[in-house]
Design a protein around this ligand. Structure first.
Ligand SMILES: Nc1ncnc2c1ncn2[C@@H]1O[C@H](COP(=O)(O)OP(=O)(O)OP(=O)(O)O)[C@@H](O)[C@H]1O
Ligand SMILES: [Mg+2]
Length: 269
């Protein structure tokens, strides 16, 4: 999915993303089933709907200058994907705000953005139009996207629900990186392809990093993050525990995990 934001006048020069006192909460209905019977029984007992609130991101403030390549690390459930969804504009802040300056291209959890009943070709065209590309520009870029994804013979014209997870991931990655975004958000996406595609996508990422774009990558592959990123953010139970030099932050995270700097922990996917 690609979103276009207008540049905001209150944004200081040189900043790609400004996060101000951001909190993101989910409200979950704890009731197993919301049936009419349940509702009546509850009303009869004078009970309120049982709702559980999850604080996925707690009061986070962060400035991300243009050209930053930032890794986001943290345990499962730490709030990384939630934060990415908010930066992408998919999830509105519960409190605080996020100002984004530039064209954003996102590669979030797989499954977001593509329509499974449409072919890869149609999804690329839809994605491109949503990203604000002109028809001719899109046609020119289509070949790049398709050849980078390098799907098995004929699959570009098959409905995407027939794709394997890896094929889906290849196309998603190819679309996201070929939209020439100012800000690229990637959540766990370097892991989908096979070894050859992983190598190719890593090369592409390195190239994008050199082009001084702003990139935010969520990944559990600390080795990859260290190679690509100059900054890292460590999230823990919704809090930002550390932000700074990528190697330093990932080292702190590793220490916390009590793993130490053993090679297996720093290994890529
Ligand atoms: N759609 C949702 N509805 C309700 N709660 C959610 C939703 N998505 C995430 N959460 C909760 O918010 C918290 C943060 O989840 P999030 O997906 O952001 O974590 P994460 O750091 O990306 O984890 P992982 O490493 O497993 O991907 C978790 O407690 C999770 O259960
Ligand atoms: Mg996640």
């Amino acid at each position: 999915m690609t979103l276009q934001y207008a540049s905001k006048p209150e944004m200081p020069e040189g900043l790609a993303v400004r996060i101000e006192e951001l909190s993101l909460r989910y409200k979950i209905n704890v009731e197993s089933k919301m049936t009419l019977k349940n509702a009546i029984m509850r009303a009869g007992r004078g009970e309120k709907r049982r709702v559980r609130t999850i604080e996925a991101v707690k009061n986070l403030s962060l400035d991300i200058p243009h050209g930053t390549v930032m890794g986001v690390v943290g345990a499962n459930g730490a709030g990384k994907s939630t934060l990415m969804r908010a930066i992408a504009g998919i999830l509105p802040p519960t409190e605080g705000r996020i100002i984004v300056n530039g064209k954003v291209s996102t590669l979030l959890a797989l499954g977001v953005g593509f329509n499974g009943t449409l072919s890869g070709r149609d999804n690329i065209i839809l994605g491109g139009l949503a990203a604000g590309l002109e028809r001719e520009e899109l046609e020119a870029r289509f070949d790049d996207i398709a050849s980078f994804a390098d799907l098995p013979n004929g699959f570009i014209d098959m409905p995407m629900r027939t794709y394997s997870a890896g094929m889906y991931g290849r196309l998603a990655f190819s679309v996201a990186v070929n939209m020439t975004p100012d800000i690229l958000l990637i959540d766990e996406a370097l892991s989908t392809g096979d070894a050859a595609f992983k190598e190719k996508s890593f090369e592409k990422m390195r190239q994008l990093c050199l082009e001084a774009r702003t990139i935010i990558i969520v990944s559990h592959a600390l080795g990859t993050l260290n190679e690509l990123c100059n900054k890292a953010l460590w999230m823990h139970q919704g809090n930002a525990l550390a932000f700074g030099n990528a190697t330093k932050v990932t080292d702190q995270y590793l220490e916390f995990l009590n793993v130490g700097k053993v090679p297996s922990a720093l290994e890529d996917f």
